[in-house]
Design a protein around this ligand. Sequence first.
Ligand SMILES: Cc1cc2nc3c(=O)[nH]c(=O)nc-3n(C[C@H](O)[C@H](O)[C@H](O)COP(=O)(O)OP(=O)(O)OC[C@H]3O[C@@H](n4cnc5c(N)ncnc54)[C@H](O)[C@@H]3O)c2cc1C
Length: 402
Amino acid sequence: MAVATDLIAKTDEQKAITEMVRQFADEKILPNAEHYDHEDEFPAPIVEQMKDLGLFGVTIPEEYGGMGLDLTTYAMIVEELSRGWISISGIVNTHFIGSYLLMKFGTEEQKQKYLARMATGEIRAAFSLSEPECGSDVQAIKTTARKLDGAYEINGQKMWVTNGLLSSLVFVLVKTDPSAEPKYKGMTCFIAEKEPGVSENSGEYAGFTVPPKIKKLGYKGVESTELVFDGYRCPAENILGGEEAGLGQGFVQMMDALEVGRVNVAARGVGIAQRALELALRYSQERKAFGKEIAQHQAIQFKLADMATQVEAARLLTLRAARLKDAGERSDLEAGMAKLFASEAGRFCVEESLRIHGGYGYSKEYEVERLYRDAPLLLIGEGTSEIQRMVIGRKLLQRHKI
Ligand SMILES: Cc1cc2nc3c(=O)[nH]c(=O)nc-3n(C[C@H](O)[C@H](O)[C@H](O)COP(=O)(O)OP(=O)(O)OC[C@H]3O[C@@H](n4cnc5c(N)ncnc54)[C@H](O)[C@@H]3O)c2cc1C
C-alpha cells in the first residue's frame, strides 16, 4: 500500500498550494489576528481574500466550480491556516463538513443547488449536532422534525454552532422518529436554509432564530451560537439525500462526516503546535538569563525538543489518516488517533511555549497568549479526548477480535 511510504512528501500541486496558503497566513492572517481576537470581530476582509483564493471550494469537485483536491491536501491547507489563527480555519471547517456531506450523500439536485455557490464562498455552511443538554451523547438529542402538510416542522434548540449566524445553510441533525430503537435509526439530517447574518428569520425561514453569539475563552472572531427552531418549516426535499433515501440516515451520515472532521481538527492541532514551536524557538534565542540566551539552558532545549517531536508525530499521524481515507481504506481508528494526539500536542506545545516566554507569555502583547486560549477548543470539538479514546479502544477491539 502506497500510503505509509512517505507521509510528508508533497506533490508539486500540494507544494504550490501550501506555500501560497503559508504566505497568505504570514502576510494577511498573522499581522491581523491580534486585532480581531481582541475585538472578537469577524475577520471579513480576510474571508473575502480566502474566497478569491478559492479556499471555500478546496475539496468540492471541479464540475461544481471547486478545486477537487483530496483530504490530504485539505489537511495541509488547514495546518497552514491554523498556524495563522485557528478561527480562520474554523470559518472554513464546518463548510468543508457540509460540502463533504453533500458530495457523499446529497441528491444530484441538492449538489446542483448548493455546491457551486459553496465553492465560491457565496454561501457558507454550518454543522449542528450538539444541544444544551448533550454533546458527546449525540443520540440523546431532543430536537424533532415531524411531517405536516408536505414539509417537516422542526422544533428544538441547538448549541455551539460554529458559523451559526453568518452561514446560509445548517446541516442539522434532528429526531424524526423519537421512539425508534435503536435511537440512531430515528435521526435525520436536514439542510436548513436561512438568511445569513439575520437573527430573527421571517417569511419562508420563519421560526429559525439565532440568539446572540456565545462569549468564549478563545476561538474569537468566528461566532459560535445557539439555534432555536420554533415551528421552522423545512421542505422534504431538504432532507440530506432526499426523503426516501435520507430519512432515518442522519446519524450514520453525520458520523461519517465526523471521521473527516477529525482529520481536520488534527490538522488544526498540528498548525497551532507548529506556531507555538516557532514562537518558542525565536523567543528562546532572544531572551537572556544568567548570562546567556535561555535556549542555551538545557532545560529549555529539552522543552524545544519535546515540542518539535510532538509536532512531527502529530503531522505524521494526521497525514497518515488523510492518506488512508484518500486511498479508500478504513481510517476511523487512524483519524481518532490523529485527532487525539494532535489536539493534545497543540495544548502541550502552547503551554510549553508560554512557559518559555516567562511573564511575557501571560501578556496580551504576545501572540502565545492567544494560542494558549485557542488551543483547548481542539480538545473538545469533534469529540473530546475521552471520546476519542473510546473510539480508538472500540475500533482496536473490532479489528483484533479473537
Ligand atoms: C467553541 C466550540 C465550538 C463548537 N462547534 C460546534 C459545532 O459547530 N457543531 C456542533 O454540533 N457542536 C459544536 N461544539 C460542541 C462540541 O462538539 C461539544 O462541546 C463536545 O462534543 C462535547 O460535548 P459537551 O460539551 O456536551 O460535553 P459532555 O458530552 O457533556 O461531556 C462532558 C465531559 O464528560 C466527558 N464524557 C462524556 N461522555 C463520556 C463517556 N462516555 N466516558 C468518559 N467521559 C465522558 C467528556 O469527555 C467531557 O470531559 C462546539 C464546542 C465549542 C466549545
